[in-house]
Design a protein around this ligand. Structure first.
Ligand SMILES: [Zn+2]
Ligand SMILES: [Zn+2]
Length: 264
């Protein structure tokens, strides 16, 4: 991952240098002429995936949009991708055995193929263009989903926030909340607090890793937002904190869901 980011940084520097040298009028030709594939795919006004002219107002063309890895069918509770042909709306085995603390998951895409490269550009290079494309995909996937009373971004661990420089879930939430016309509420990860007393080491670690605090009282129906939902453990812990703070219905929202099969 590090190597990939470094390599792309070098390509980006080369690209910026050549653009600066030749003027912005040459930008489309330069970009089309064989620089880094990732950069080519993020030209404004063009499809982010194939470079054809974009749909009116959208950063994709219809053909690419339709072939994206849409998360269908998926478990309605945890968003776990289900094999094609599975019954729409059926709970997965995990949710039947150990239902999570959130009631529903809306994760429109699967974390694979083009979605992975787009997400990595957003995460590791803080590319606002990649972020905007992901944001537009999220919005497209949430079109028919009822508005929550509040939106809460998954907070990044402070150490990781420092390393990476920004919280991509919060970046998305700060843009999505005003577009939905709902307030953004902030949560924070708990540090090593006195409530850790009496727990053994592995319990402490678990508590530290998964503990959240959400200032209450929360409105009845809240949606939690993450960029990629992996195991769902983080969203589960945050959902518990939201219920403690007064939320009655909690939904997990994410741009993409990692299939369990990719985790182990
Ligand atoms: Zn396309
Ligand atoms: Zn499930």
């Amino acid at each position: 991952m590090e190597n990939m980011a470094n390599r792309s940084d070098k390509v980006a520097a080369k690209w910026r240098a050549s653009v600066a040298g030749q003027g912005w009028r040459n930008w489309p030709r330069l970009a089309l002429s064989g620089l880094d594939g990732g950069l080519r795919r993020l030209l404004p006004g063009r499809c982010a995936f194939c470079l054809a002219p974009g749909e009116a107002g959208q950063p994709w063309c219809q053909a690419c949009f339709e072939t994206l890895p849409w998360n269908l069918p998926a478990c309605p509770r945890c968003g776990e991708p289900q094999p094609s042909g599975s019954l729409e709306g059926r709970l997965c085995g995990h949710c039947l055995a150990h239902p999570p603390s959130f009631d529903k998951t809306w994760a429109p895409l699967r974390y694979q193929d083009e979605v992975v490269s787009l997400m990595q550009r957003f995460k590791f290079q803080a590319s606002p263009r990649a972020g905007s494309v992901l944001m537009a995909l999220l919005e497209a996937g949430l079109t028919d989903v009822p508005r929550p009373d509040a939106l809460i971004a998954v907070p990044l661990h402070p150490n990781r926030a420092r390393q990476r420089g920004f919280n991509q879930a919060e970046w998305l939430a700060r843009r999505l909340a005003p577009r939905l016309g709902v307030p953004l509420r902030l949560a924070r990860r708990l540090g090593d607090t006195p409530s850790q007393r009496g727990l053994d080491r592995s319990e402490r670690r678990r508590n530290l890793k998964e503990g959240f605090e959400v200032p209450g009282p929360l409105p009845g129906r809240v949606a939690l937002l993450d960029d990629v939902m992996t195991t769902g453990a983080t969203l589960d812990a945050l959902a518990r904190a939201c219920r403690r703070a007064g939320a009655e219905a909690v939904e997990a929202w994410a741009v993409a869901r990692t299939p369990f099969s990719q985790l182990w």
